[in-house]
Design a binder for this molecule. Structure first.
Ligand code: ADP
Ligand code: ADP
Length: 223
């Protein structure tokens, strides 16, 4: 079954750029989907439309992921968009605070998630005191703290060095195994697609068109 379907979705920006033109794309329940394609082909636009962060100019978006509240979708941006004046724990807790979860419960859940992403003991640190990889871990914890049905990631580790990226990818596979949530992410790395995803949807050429689909055999953490 589908978690999210984009049906004939088009998107034109006010600048006149047509980013998507009749895109059909389904994210299936439980899968780890890579949306692969060259820079500028409309991947981010498609992801933002899935998340409800941008509106399509034409076509339909269907969501089948439980409550239509923001808590059912977690989003990770390419640059960790953390609040610089707030400690790690407060950054991770933010979606729970916004959802009206009680203070004690929110603190407990945030602390648990901080541990899950490998940052135990860093709850009281400020983002500027952390490395790029650690800040990305904070972003992941913030996206997962509501236990979303769907995690969307826009070139999440692209700004990090190769080794940090490699470690984060393995940790992401472990987090996915632990939470079992559906994940869709955007990348221009074939390597990362094959390493992480169950299914790869390839976009290229004309605006926002899918040109190929690849099913990856035996995905999962390499030990
Ligand atoms: P990708 O993620 O594959 O790099 P994007 O969805 O970011 O592709 O961009 C697709 C096209 O839309 C590009 O030509 C880009 O310059 C343009 N674009 C993206 N966001 C905006 C925006 N906010 N305003 C105007 N043009 C945009
Ligand atoms: P990551 O650990 O997210 O891959 P980096 O490799 O960029 O991030 O980490 C840079 C520095 O931060 C290293 O010196 C590393 O020892 C330290 N560091 C990263 N994660 C932790 C952690 N969980 N506990 C203690 N130190 C850490």
């Amino acid at each position: 079954p589908a978690a999210i379907s984009l049906i004939g979705v088009g998107k034109s920006y006010p600048s006149g750029t047509q980013a998507l033109d009749g895109l059909d794309l389904v994210v299936r329940q439980g899968e780890f989907l890579a949306l692969l394609g060259p820079s500028g082909c409309g991947k981010s636009t498609a992801l933002r439309i899935m998340a409800g962060l941008a509106a399509p100019s034409s076509g339909t978006v269907e969501r089948h992921i439980g409550a239509a509240d923001g808590a059912s979708i977690g989003f990770v941006f390419q640059e960790p968009t953390l609040m610089p004046w707030a400690r790690v724990a407060a950054n991770v807790r933010l979606p729970l605070d916004l959802a009206g979860v009680g203070r004690a419960e929110a603190r407990r859940r945030a602390e648990e998630m901080i541990e899950r992403v490998g940052l135990a003991g860093f709850g009281r640190a400020y983002p500027r005191e952390l490395s790029g990889g650690m800040r990305m871990r904070v972003s992941l914890a913030r996206a997962l703290v509501t236990r979303p049905h769907l995690l969307l990631m826009d070139e999440p580790f692209a700004a990090l060095d190769e080794i940090t990226r490699f470690r984060l990818n393995d940790d992401l596979l472990a987090l996915r195994a632990a939470f079992g949530c559906t994940i869709a992410f955007v990348t221009h790395s074939t390597y990362e697609s094959v390493y992480l995803a169950d299914r790869i949807v390839v976009m290229s050429g004309r605006p926002g068109r899918v040109t190929d689909e690849i099913v990856v055999e035996a995905p999962g953490p390499r030990t």
